[in-house]
Design a protein around this ligand. Structure first.
Ligand code: ADP
Ligand code: MG
Length: 342
């Protein structure tokens, strides 16, 4: 049941934003964008590169004008009451101007002073935040010597000098290794326990799954699907079986045999492979393997793996994340289109 508008920390309706033409004609960055985030929850805005995540965050944070629609954040209209909104939000991500030459502690004191805390209060706040983000020991090191995970935790701390009601976090783990990513996840989980509403953008399905109470999937400037991580996984499949037949001629037969195990009966065929979204991988693996054997079909390979972001989009929307109709082999995205940073 959707929360009533007044209980929403963020409510965006029919938002449209087109950047001024930059030479070649571009579609709008946001086109009918809608979002409702209840207070005290973590909302994941999941989408590939160019989907409009940063544009949406900048609009909600009052940093960017838009052409059409309404956006209310913390109960205030971002256009007419920008000042009230800014007082209640924090913003972390591709913005924080952390000084590489200063230590983590010096940076936090500087940000606290910029937020008008008196010097003793600024020092106290810096210590609290260093402690909270596991940076106390490395607080005197220069930021230029920080690991990626430490650096991102410092960004988070800088966004929390004055505890905001709503925190926007734009791709907090882009470019981090798995260890750094886990550190940042832990830090974000800690925030939520303090009652902050968090809007997190990410290109990683797993990240949204780990952190968010609710996920909205964004493609081409519009939310194309949404639900709890559990609901989305039930629609997409927790795992995908990938079957590679010895003889390509067997593909249609394999599809027919595997269909009863596929979530929604949807089989995806591309590049000489049959992909089957499944809920219970052990059950599906054993069942499909036995049925294929009984039919005399020989496989070159059989894999179990998590769906890629593009597969999720295709499965839920029938189009790739970048907007091509999914008509089969010819236009199936390669795995690079997942947008994993180089
Ligand atoms: N300052 C800008 N000027 C013109 N086009 C932009 C600008 N910023 C973003 N865009 C375009 O708007 C679309 C959405 O971009 P963005 O919001 O950055 O997506 P994401 O954060 O999901 O990668 C993209 O097509 C991008 O090229
Ligand atoms: Mg972005």
């Amino acid at each position: 049941m959707p929360a009533p508008e007044k209980d929403l920390a963020i409510a965006a309706r029919e938002v449209r934003k087109k950047y001024p033409a930059t030479g070649k004609e571009q579609p709008p960055a946001l086109d009918g964008f809608e979002l409702g985030v209840p207070r005290g929850t973590v909302h994941g805005l999941l989408g590939p590169n160019g989907a409009g995540k940063t544009t949406a965050v900048r609009i909600m944070a009052t940093l960017l004008e838009f052409d059409h629609g309404t956006v209310r954040v913390a109960g205030h209209d971002v256009v007419r009451e920008g000042r009230q909104v800014r007082r209640r939000i924090g913003l972390v991500g591709q913005y924080a101007a952390v000084d590489e030459e200063l230590s983590g502690r010096q940076n936090l004191v500087m940000f606290a002073r910029l937020s008008r805390l008196a010097p003793p209060a600024a020092r106290r706040r810096a210590e609290e935040l260093l402690e909270r983000f596991d940076l106390a020991e490395t607080g005197s090191k220069r930021v230029s010597a920080y690991s990626g995970g430490m650096r991102r935790r410092l960004d988070l701390a800088a966004g929390l000098i004055v505890a905001p009601e709503i925190l926007f976090v734009d791709e907090p783990t882009a470019g981090l290794d798995p260890a750094g990513r886990r550190e940042v996840w832990k830090a974000i989980r800690g925030l939520v326990q303090g009652g902050t509403t968090v809007l997190l953008t990410t290109q990683y399905l797993e990240e949204a799954d780990q952190l968010a109470d609710h996920i909205s999937m964004l493609a081409r400037g519009r939310v194309v699907a949404g639900g709890t991580p559990g609901e989305l996984k039930a629609r997409v499949g927790n795992d995908w079986l990938e079957l590679v037949p010895r003889a390509e001629a067997d593909i249609p037969r394999i599809g027919a045999i595997a269909a009863p195990w596929a979530v929604g009966g949807d089989i995806h065929i591309a590049q000489g492979r049959v992909r089957v979204p499944v809920v219970d991988r052990t059950h599906a693996l054993l069942g499909v393997a036995a049925a294929l054997r009984d039919d005399g079909i020989v496989l070159d390979d059989l894999l179990i793996r998590s769906p890629t972001l593009d597969e999720v989009f295709i499965h839920l929307t029938g189009t790739t994340a970048t907007g091509h109709a999914h008509t089969g082999e010819s236009d199936l995205p390669t795995d690079q289109s997942q947008g994993v940073p180089a």
